[in-house]
Design a protein around this ligand. Structure first.
Ligand code: ZN
Ligand code: ZN
Length: 595
């Protein structure tokens, strides 16, 4: 998402970036200068990337659509260089922890932006990079401003659509077959924004007849331009298309930039492979123990994986009825809160309760559960736990879904999404407010924390069997947890395998279906996803592994003095920064306090 700025303007920007009065090293208040720098930085960032700005709730540049050509990329490169230079004028060691992590995150973002332009170059091989529909659809669907104003900006923004797709056609060289198909599907799929959706919006608006006509006319042109782009892609001669597999060299670098882990891609892959073996061993041990309780009289299959699968299927039958899915989630939240208090695991601010709601209409279609949190420009907004509905689903589909999110997994899902997972992490990150962390928040840290808490809760006895009340999570709960954890573990193996190791589709299906116990449809969906994305599938396991390993390290070092609650609170106090920087700061702090 980029925009047009005149060359003159960008030159002004670069000059002012370089000549801004950044403090000399003798300046005592590095932090307040750094705060000023950040403020300027973000404003310039939004000027340069208006589409990104809109998506974060900053709507000043909504009427601008950037043409993603070489000129624009040069502006972006200049911006990166100027700001990397500015960063160097600060003395990192004298900044607060909050600013230190912000410093690292800005630096990481700028290095990453340079790499994407100079090395990754998806503007050449990924035709689905070019799609204007989402940004326009957002302007109609979201009511941050009056409908008339949004429609007016919608009209102005359409001006560059033709130039946008002309640039796309010129730049695409030897694309992958998969991304070409994706681009055709997504562009044609989104084109209704310029037809049905805009018409519906115009009917509700108070604009004059003349302006309405102008908008409709331009929207029709846009729709035609999009259709033309799809035709261009269908007809394009592409005799030796590029492989959708990224290749090891680019993959390793993308992993570095996207995840910001202290592990390399190779290391995390090895860890995932080892972890899978451990999980299978643990799952088989439980299956043996539980077999006579659930499958008495039936011979246990020789093949360990087949035996585990049968046990999982039997346990999955225990689930809530469809009509009490949301109520069950609502009732579990206070149980989770009480458990955490009782076991002294982390402080949870009682003044910010979580609101569970039926998912709003615009999110419909994606069942399941998700957290929506207010963006950086909507500080007073509520945080919701959205629960999907089964409206329009047939019985078989509902049953299959309920078995997937059965009695056990539903509890793990609530830990992950809500407490002490995403929701709790969010409360902590809001306590050290940083616009940089809201914009560049590290996905591996955020997901890793949620995945870490699943295991941590079970280790502390959540999900015990009330009839035995041993204070320990039940065997059934552990088995289902392991199955759940296998998903993120195998996603990592799949992603690295496909992009860096040439893993075949057949082997990938075996991994997902036989070794991770996924349904065929789910596995097929994963294959589709891995053929058009890279690295993102690794973020869950990588973050989890880093946090878990770090905790074990600290535990070992501190021995009897280790306090889990303190560890959690300290860890979260740094906000959504990459785990490697949190580790560095926490380690330094304990070193300093021991001096
Ligand atoms: Zn059932
Ligand atoms: Zn998550």
């Amino acid at each position: 998402m980029k925009k047009i700025i005149s060359l003159l303007f960008i030159l002004c920007c670069i000059v002012s970036c370089n000549t801004e009065k950044h403090p000399t090293k003798t300046n005592i208040n590095q932090d307040s200068s750094f705060d000023q720098f950040k403020e300027h930085f973000v404003l310039r960032l939004w000027e340069l990337y208006p589409g990104w700005a809109s998506s974060q709730g900053y709507h000043r540049y909504d009427s601008i659509l950037v043409v993603p050509n070489q000129e624009q990329r040069n502006k972006e490169l200049d911006f990166c260089k100027a700001n990397l230079d500015s960063l160097k004028t600060f003395e990192l060691a004298s900044l607060s922890d909050n600013n230190k992590t912000d410093y690292y995150m800005i630096e990481g973002q700028l290095n990453s932006a340079q790499w994407y332009i100079n090395s990754y170059k998806s503007y050449e091989w990924n035709p689905s990079d070019y799609n204007v529909c989402g940004g326009f659809a957002e302007m109609l669907a979201n009511n941050y401003d009056s409908l008339d104003t949004r429609l007016h900006h919608f009209y102005l923004r359409m001006k560059n659509v033709k130039a946008y797709y002309e640039t796309a056609k010129q730049q695409i060289k030897n694309p992958t077959v998969e991304h070409t198909q994706l681009a055709i599907d997504q562009n044609l799929g989104g084109a209704s924004t310029f037809d049905i959706d805009v018409k519906a919006a115009l009917e509700k608006s108070h604009l004059g007849t003349k302006e309405k006509e102008q908008i409709l006319e331009r929207a029709a042109e846009v729709k035609a331009t999009i259709g033309d782009y799809a035709e261009f892609l269908k007809d394009m001669k592409n005799e030796s298309p590029r492989s959708f597999r990224l290749g090891k060299e680019l993959y390793d670098k993308k992993f570095e930039h996207d995840i910001q882990s202290s592990y390399t891609a190779d290391e995390i892959y090895q860890k995932a492979v080892e972890h899978k073996t451990e999980l299978h061993a643990q799952m088989f041990a439980i299956t043996k123990e539980l077999w006579s309780t659930y499958l008495k009289g039936k011979k246990m299959p020789e093949n360990k994986l087949v035996a585990i699968k049968e046990m999982i299927d039997v346990l999955s039958v225990k689930h809530v009825p469809a009509d009490s899915f949301q109520t069950e989630i609502e009732q579990q939240i206070p149980r989770l809160v009480n458990f955490i208090k009782e076991k002294n695991l982390i402080y949870i601010d009682p003044s910010k309760p979580l609101v569970v709601r039926k998912e709003p209409a615009y999110m419909a279609g994606v069942a399941g559960a998700s957290i929506s949190s207010p963006g950086p420009y909507d500080k007073n907004g509520n945080t919701y736990y959205n629960v999907g509905s089964f409206a329009g689903w047939d019985k078989a589909r509902i049953e299959s879904y309920l078995r997937e999110y059965n009695y056990y997994i539903l509890q793990i899902l609530n830990i992950h999404e809500a407490i002490p997972g995403h929701y709790t992490q969010l409360i902590y990150s809001n306590q050290s407010p940083s616009i940089i962390k809201s914009i560049f928040g590290n996905g591996a840290m955020i997901e890793g924390w949620a995945v870490y808490t699943e295991r941590m809760m079970l280790e502390n006895g959540y999900g015990n069997n009330p009839s035995t009340d041993s204070g320990q999570a039940s065997k059934e709960m552990w088995l289902m947890y392991y199955k759940w954890n296998l998903r993120s573990t195998c996603n990592t193996i799949l992603d690295y395998g496909v992009h860096a190791n040439n893993l075949s589709k057949e082997d990938a299906m075996h991994l997902l279906i036989d070794e991770a116990f996924q349904q065929k449809a789910e596995a097929e969906g994963k294959w589709k996803r891995v053929s058009v994305t890279q690295v993102q599938l690794c973020s869950y396991f990588t973050g989890f592994k880093e946090i878990y390993d770090f905790r074990e390290e600290v535990k070992k070092k501190e021995g009897d003095k280790f306090n889990l609650k303190q560890f959690h609170e300290k860890f979260l106090s740094y906000g959504s920064a990459p785990v490697k920087y949190i580790k560095e700061l926490m380690t330094q702090e304990t070193l300093n306090s021991k001096k």
